[in-house]
Design a protein around this ligand. Structure first.
Ligand code: SF4
Ligand code: ZN
Length: 303
């Protein structure tokens, strides 16, 4: 809007945010964005000097959360899991390397194939389960392990307002109580070997993050993972986007009202130990080891 004035400083605005009924110049937008992240961080029971391990994929969300936490003065380190998805994983790695080099941020990268013997591409060819649910499980469990190895107690991920609101809607529609109970931007540690999890971007939308990347010159991997096609979570996000267009602010109202009305989930402490790898898990065998056993000894076809 060329004639609009910045809501904060009254200079010429270049960014319109209808969901906030606001217009911003670039400098005030950056201020607004960082303040939203700071507000999220204040909701989490952390100490200001706690070092944070940031799970980075090379996409807009993870590079942004890393960049903002650093700018807000937190001590951060990036961690990347190379999943072995042809061409996509190479592009991801390069985007992270360039970003970290430019800003002189420390990071480490692990390769799934080295850690468990299979890439996501190989797992996809060997299993009939939806690959994203297998991949999500692997990422969660291995990141926990890597955090411990790296000596970090806190993992930050790039989940944004759209992700969180979409997932909440999906879980409510299907009444998935066990997921709804854990639906919160902060997860306490449930075991001495498990880190706390935070989602510092839960108050900012995908659109706001893209704008932030443009203004701050953050170069991220553009395309979606080639294996992500057809995820139903997209539908819930689209539904919310439709409501958002008709009633700006709905997405935030929906997620924030839910979060404000509850408290952080309690840590569940009925953990066992995996009898194969020794990691904490429900029962006696962790889901990674269960998967690996299946891959090594595929169940015989029933006749
Ligand atoms: Fe893994 Fe699916 Fe995400 Fe690709 S889209 S990285 S397969 S969870
Ligand atoms: Zn195990």
């Amino acid at each position: 809007p060329s004639s609009a004035k910045c809501t904060r400083c009254r200079q010429r605005a270049v960014i319109a945010l209808p969901s906030h009924h606001a217009n911003f110049c670039e400098a005030c937008f950056v201020f607004f964005f960082r303040r939203a992240v700071l507000r999220a961080m204040k909701k989490f029971p952390l100490k200001a000097q706690d070092p944070i391990l940031v799970a980075v994929s090379g996409g807009k969300d993870s590079l942004t959360v890393w960049s903002v936490l650093q700018d807000l003065g937190y001590s951060t380190k990036g961690i990347h899991l190379n999943l072995g998805i042809p061409s996509f994983s190479e592009a991801s790695h390069e985007a992270i390397a360039a970003f970290a080099r430019q800003r002189q941020l420390p990071w480490t990268s692990y390769t799934l194939k080295d850690l468990i013997g299979y890439s996501i591409e190989e797992i996809r060819q060997k299993t009939r389960r939806p690959i994203c649910s297998v991949c999500g499980m692997i990422k969660r469990r291995l990141l926990n392990r890597m955090a411990l190895q790296e000596g970090y107690r806190i993992i930050a991920t790039g989940h944004n307002l759209d992700d969180e609101a979409g997932r909440l809607l999906g879980n409510l529609v299907r009444n998935r109580r066990e997921y709804i109970d854990k639906h919160y931007p902060y997860l306490p540690s449930a075991h001495p070997r498990l880190p706390e999890k935070i989602k510092p971007l839960y108050r900012v939308s995908a659109h706001e993050i893209r704008t932030y990347c443009r203004v701050e010159g953050i170069q991220y991997v553009e395309g979606a993972c080639p294996l992500s096609r057809g995820a139903t979570s997209h539908m819930f996000k689209e539904a919310l986007n439709m409501l958002e267009r008709k009633m700006p602010g709905t997405k935030r109202d929906f997620l924030f009202a839910y979060i404000e009305a509850r408290s952080a989930p309690k840590p569940v402490d009925d953990f066992g130990t995996c009898d194969r790898c020794g990691e904490p898990c429900y029962g006696t065998r962790c889901s990674v080891c269960t998967l690996l056993e299946r891959l090594q000894n595929p169940p015989r076809k029933q006749s």
